[in-house]
Structures are given as C-alpha cells and as structure tokens.
Design a protein around this ligand. Structure first.
Ligand SMILES: *[C@@H]1O[C@H](CO)[C@@H](O)[C@H](O)[C@H]1NC(C)=O
Length: 730
C-alpha cells in the first residue's frame, strides 16, 4: 500500500523530529539532571486527559467463567488456595459493592449471600448448594477487589479463580493483522541469527578467553585479526534455511519475531555501522540476508514482527543488544544509550530507516508480511522509565511519518505495572505492549536440587502459568493490549552462558533425567499449554527461540526447553494450542512413588522456619487477631504459610483434615507415601505457601505480612526489578 504521506524519507523524518539532537556527547552526563535531549511528547491535549488504557472504574474483577456449579468440585483446591489471599487482603475486612452500611470478613459473610457464615461453610456441599457457593465466591471476589484501595496487577489475582473484565476481552480479534492471522500471534523468535548470542551458538566461534569474543561487537572488532570475518556472513546464509519456515508453519505457527541490530540499517539511517561487520549485499537488494529471511517467511505464509534488538550504545548491556556492558554494576546498564543524545537520535533514525526498508520491500519485492515493528527489545530494567517512554513517543512519530499505519510493539522495560500512568494522553493507535515472561531466572525458580523438589516445582510453575493471566489481563486493560513475545519452557537457570549471573544451587544435576521420563513429558506439556492458553487470551506469544545451533541442540539437556522445534519433537508442545489448558488445575502427582525421600530432619533448610516468618510484622493490629478466633486462623495462615508450629491448624482445617501436631515435619514424606488426594492437596497448599515465603524473603520482606498474598504478582515484580536475570535473555 502506497501512501502520499510515505514520501518522506527516513532522513527527513528524523531531521524533523531530532533537530534538537546532535548536541555534543560531553553533555550526556549533565542530561541526567535535565530534560532529555529528545523531543517531548506532542499530544493533542485538549483538557480531556485520556489514557491508552481503560480506567479502573471500567475494570471489573469477576469470577473466572471456568468456575460454574458443575466445575466447582474441580476447583476446590484452587479456591482453598485463594482463601488466604482473598480473606487476608484489606486487613481482613471487606465491604460490599455498593456498600450497605456494614463491614464483613470471610468469617462473617453477609447473610443475604446464603446459608454460609464463613468460608469453610461455603465449600460444604451439604450445607450450600453449588450454585449458591459459586455466587458467594464471586461476591467475595468482587467485594474484596472493590475494597482494595489500589487497582494494580495483583488486585484481581486470586489463584486463577478470578478474571478482570474491561471490554478488551480477546483483544487479538481486534488486531490490525486479524484478517491475516484469524488467530492470536503464534510465533517463534529467530534468535541468534542477526544478533549473536553465545548460548545459542556455542559452536560459532571460540568464545570467551581465547579470543575475547563475547558478543557481536567484539566479534566484529576481533574477527579481522583472527581471519574469521567471513564466518558471520556464512552464518547469515546457513543458520536458517527456507525449510525452517515451512517447519514452523507445519507446527501451526503463523508468525515470527525477527531480532535485528541497528548496524544492518545504518547506511540508510546515515550513520556509521563501524565496527560491526555487515552483509556484502545492499539492504535494498532481494538477496540481503534479512530480506532473504523475510521472503522465506513470506513464502511459508508467516507474518513477521521485526524487532530492533540492539540499539546504538546498547539499551541493556546484555550480549543480545550486540554490545555487552563492560560495567559489572547492572544498575547502570543501558545508560550509555539512554543518556547519549547521539545514540538516542541514531536509534530513532534507525527505526525510521527500518520503516523505509519495510516500505521498500513491500513496494519492490512484494514482501507485505511485516505485521509490526517492535521499537526496541528490553530497555534495561533500571532505566528512567519516563525517558524510555519519551523515546518510544519520538520513535512512533518517526516511524509513522515514514509508514503511517505500521503497527508497533513497545517492550515494557520489565515494569508492566508502571505503564498505566506513563501512557496517559497517549494518542497513538495500533501500539501494543510486549511483556517477557520467563520462569527460570529467579533463585526461587531455580531452587530445587532433588528430583522430588524438581517435580513439586514443576507443579508450582504449571499453576503459576495460569495465574499469570491476571497480570497480563491487567496490562491489556490498563495500558495497551499485551503479547508475550518471549517465553520458554525452562523452570531453572541451567543453560550455559545464557545468564551472566547464573548461580549453581544444585538445580542442574537432574535436568537430563526429565528428558526420558513420561511424568516430565506430560507436565512440561501441561506447562506449555497453560502458558499458551493464557497468552492467547491477550494478543498471543512468541517462543524464545526456534532453534539453537547443532552443538547446543545435541549436547545440552536444557536445549529442549529453549528450542521450540526441539520441544515439539519431544512432545512438549500441543500444536493444536488448546484454549482450555487452564480449565483444570494441574495433576498433583508430583510425589516420587519410590519413597526415596530423606527424613525431614536431614533437610531442615528446606522448611522455612517460624522465626523467619515471624520476623516480619503483619499489617494488622494484634487486637484484631485476638478479637475473632476464627479470624485469627486466617491471619495465622498468612503469618505461617508453611503451616508449622503447634498452634497452626489452618491448613488442615481448610482441607478438611484433622489438625496435625507435626504437619511441617512430615508433610513431604507423608504425602509421598499416602495415596490420599486430600493429603496431596494439603501438601500443595504447604508447598505453594512455602514458595510464597521464598518470594517474600527474596523481596526482603518489605511488604510485611501481605507480601505473600499475591505470590504471582510478587514473582513478577521480582522478575521485573532485575535483581534477577529474567531480562537477560534475548
Ligand atoms: C457440612 O455441613 C453439615 C451440615 O451443617 C455438617 O453436618 C457437616 O459436618 C459439615 N461438613 C464439614 C466437613 O464441615
């Protein structure tokens, strides 16, 4: 499609926008303290303060439709799990919507809701008919949400039994590419092809010490002396072939995300690509390596999200930006990019040049399959996010001058929660958010070092996958519709050279055993389907990545968790992409049947102690706890999620078991030998509570007793804060 507005060249578009740029580099440091050296937002503000998202008044937290009187029995474990979270919020009390002149608690439900006076009675099917129980649970969810003073990603997060409605349900059906895809985005990342990453390509070069090559920048600098500069050109030609794209299509994929570096477009952005090695072919010729890939995708019937993965100066300090930061302090990573007006301007110019390239291949090569441009991958987690937003605004203006209707993705810079206010007065249509969601980079993700703990952890991740839906729903509702354009099947940090801060917790000794074990195959498959189902409620997903090099694929047991191609061959991915994977909780069959578990005394460090837990103050006055004895049970569950301590019988009561004096000492071994599903449920509760405690500890306990009410959101924020290395992928 040719538009008159497209006559502007990239260079003139950028000149228009970036006329204020080009001030001397030496001012970069001072700019920290002043207005960014990039254009400020030019919005058509008319006093009507709009927002890209739907305001909290038009967001409604309701019971997930999967919960009906018929399905209620399936979800009783989830509902019991949610009680702690539900009942403990808002200091244990709630008001109804609309208020009726009273306050209530989970032990003192409004009479008009039915016969149940408290939460235990709601699930007693002798006392309460299933339809009334479902209504009562929905009433509690709505009331607790209504009472909650903040409306953020955690507010409508109740262990997957709730969902947020805002009028943006199934947003993929309103995507600009809907007529082409007729489905959510189902994509893979073409990782390692145009931006080198050591872990994807262990055989590409003699990495590290011998050569000093750690990324594409150092390769480009050193390859001349080593006489290997041609290797990267061969890599561009050979790593992927047309067959890969046909294979993708045959697996039900409908698109790819193609990461590229700024240097490929430098010539057309009027900037110097040195020292990067660039292809011999002109960017505008059909046999340029990038264009060849786009044509392969096109011929296979795949759409493309073109993704600027590396910006001049490096936006995140990681190898996947093309330029690893030399600074060991990750708090400053990306600042060389953000605070350099030169780099900032050149990034905008690059994006304008990419847009012009998209026009060119559309007009001249009939390559019309670029569905969207992602402005920048993973601007670092500690960057001033308002400046990142300003950069996006400049970039959108530049891109749309060149190609007015080009859909755009912006990455959330690992801070999904921050964007509702950042996108206030955001006037641009067809902008979507990219939020990366990995399960393998926090210490709490990686903490298992025995086969049985591995399995328990797998179960937890299966549950978390469905729970993440509340966070993604919130982003779609409060900002712009979200896609997860990076995720994987790893639940631990075991891929060599993937994460520079990788620590050995003993978590990697059992990975290979999973590959030939049918328990693991079915649970990894469930894990994949659950993630996909949740992502497909928003805009869709892109797996990181399609493949690794042959050496990695053959020799590393973690490869199948990072290669979609391998994962499909292993049976980990159901390529029918079932939408109902979160309909039922995961199988609770993690107990290792051979009872080869150590006595609990031998592993006391695995059981969080009362002291650890009690060290944190709870956000509720003590007299309230004393005031209602049944209320104190709930509170104690919150205080002592692992259920140890003689006076804590909450877990047992909630799962309908008699109180046990020694629940904490025996929970794992007993469950391992008992066939009782009730016991397994109890163990699930204990494990999840213990997992929540880990998140809480990891966060330094700053949020007090409520911290573990929302482990999912906490987990995510831990990811986002970049103390972890979740963001260090791709
Ligand atoms: C359920 O309610 C009935 C009727 O009040 C009661 O007899 C029974 O003990 C309750 N069951 C449980 C498990 O609390």
């Amino acid at each position: 499609m040719v538009s008159a507005e497209r006559c502007l060249t990239a260079a003139s578009a950028v000149a228009l926008l970036c006329g204020v740029l080009g001030s001397p580099e030496q001012h970069a440091r001072q700019l920290r303290m002043s207005i960014p050296g990039i254009p400020t937002i030019q919005t058509q503000t008319t006093g009507n303060h709009g927002n890209a998202g739907i305001g909290p008044k038009n967001q409604h937290c309701v019971l997930d439709p999967k919960l009906t009187p018929e399905t209620l029995p399936f979800f009783i474990p989830d509902i019991r799990q949610a009680w702690g979270s539900l009942c403990g919020r808002n200091r244990g009390v709630f008001v109804t919507d609309p208020p009726d002149g009273h306050t209530y608690s989970c032990n003192d439900l409004p009479e008009r809701w039915g016969p149940a006076a408290n939460v235990n009675e709601v699930l007693n099917q002798t006392l309460v008919p299933a339809n009334v129980a479902v209504e009562t649970i929905e009433n509690i969810v709505k009331s607790v949400y209504f009472t909650n003073p903040t409306k953020d990603a955690a507010s409508c997060d109740f262990e997957g039994i709730s969902t947020l409605l805002c009028g943006r349900e199934d947003p993929w059906k309103r995507a600009p590419w809907y007529d082409t895809l007729k489905a959510p985005i189902r994509a893979v990342n073409i990782g390692g092809l145009f931006v080198l990453e050591r872990w994807i390509l262990p055989a590409f070069v003699d990495w590290g010490e011998p050569t000093g090559i750690i990324d594409q920048h150092s390769f480009s600098v050193k390859c001349g002396d080593l006489g290997i500069c041609e290797d990267i050109k061969a890599h561009w030609k050979n790593f992927y072939t047309a067959q890969d794209f046909h294979d993708m299509k045959s697996m039900g994929l409908n698109s790819i995300r193609l990461p590229v570096g700024w240097w490929y477009f430098a010539k057309y952005a009027n900037i110097n690509s040195a020292p990067y090695i660039i292809p011999d072919e002109d960017l505008y010729s059909l046999d340029h390596p990038i264009t060849r890939v786009l044509k392969w995708a096109h011929d296979a019937g795949l759409q493309v999200i073109l993704d600027l993965h590396g910006a001049p100066g490096g936006q995140n300090g990681l190898d996947n930006s093309g330029l690893t930061s030399p600074d060991p302090n990750n708090l400053v990573w990306g600042e060389a990019w953000l605070y350099s007006p030169n780099h900032m301007g050149n990034t905008v110019k690059t994006l304008a040049a990419i847009s012009q390239y998209i026009n060119h291949i559309d007009d001249n090569h009939n390559l019309d399959n670029i569905m969207a441009l992602e402005l920048l991958n993973e601007p670092w987690a500690f960057l001033d996010i308002a400046r990142v937003r300003d950069f996006y605004v400049s970039a959108i203006e530049a891109v749309r001058l060149v190609r007015p209707h080009l859909p755009v993705f912006i990455h959330d810079s690992f801070r999904g929660n921050a964007w509702p206010t950042l996108l206030k007065d955001f006037p641009y249509p067809d902008v979507f958010m990219d939020s990366h969601l990995y399960h393998g980079f926090n210490p709490s993700d990686a903490a298992s070092d025995t086969p049985s703990m591995d399995r328990q952890k797998m179960y937890t991740h299966e549950r978390m996958s469905c729970g993440y839906g509340s966070m993604l729903r919130y982003q779609t509702c409060s900002t712009v519709p979200v896609a997860v354009l990076e995720w994987s099947l790893a639940i631990d940090n075991c891929m060599p050279y993937l994460d520079p801060k990788k620590q050995d917790y003993g978590q990697c000794n059992h990975v290979a055993e999973r590959l030939t074990d049918s328990w693991w195959t079915s649970h990894i498959r469930s894990f994949a389907s659950r993630q996909i189902a949740v992502f497909e409620k928003e805009m869709g997903w892109s797996f990181w990545c399609w493949k690794l090099d042959e050496q990695a694929m053959k020799s590393d047991p973690s490869a199948a968790f990072w290669s979609f191609k391998l994962a499909v061959h292993k049976g980990y991915i159901d390529t029918r992409y079932p939408s109902d994977a979160c309909m039922h909780p995961p199988a609770e069959d993690w107990a290792v049947p051979q009872v080869a578990l150590p006595e609990p005394e031998e592993q006391p460090e695995e059981v969080p102690t009362v002291e650890d837990d009690k060290a944190e103050p709870i956000d509720m006055p003590d007299d309230h706890i004393e005031a209602t004895s049944s209320g104190s049970e709930t509170q104690e569950e919150l205080e002592q999620p692992e259920g140890n301590g003689d006076d804590d019988d909450t877990e047992e009561q909630l799962v309908g078991l008699p109180p046990s004096e020694d629940a904490s000492e025996d929970h794992v071994p007993r469950a391992a030998t008992a066939g009782s599903s009730a016991l397994l449920v109890a163990v699930a509760a204990l494990i999840l509570a213990a997992a929540a405690l880990v998140y809480r500890k990891q966060r330094g306990g700053g949020s007090g007793g409520l911290a573990h009410f929302a482990p999912i959101a906490d987990e995510r924020s831990a990811l986002n804060r970049g103390g972890s290395a979740a963001q260090e992928v791709a």
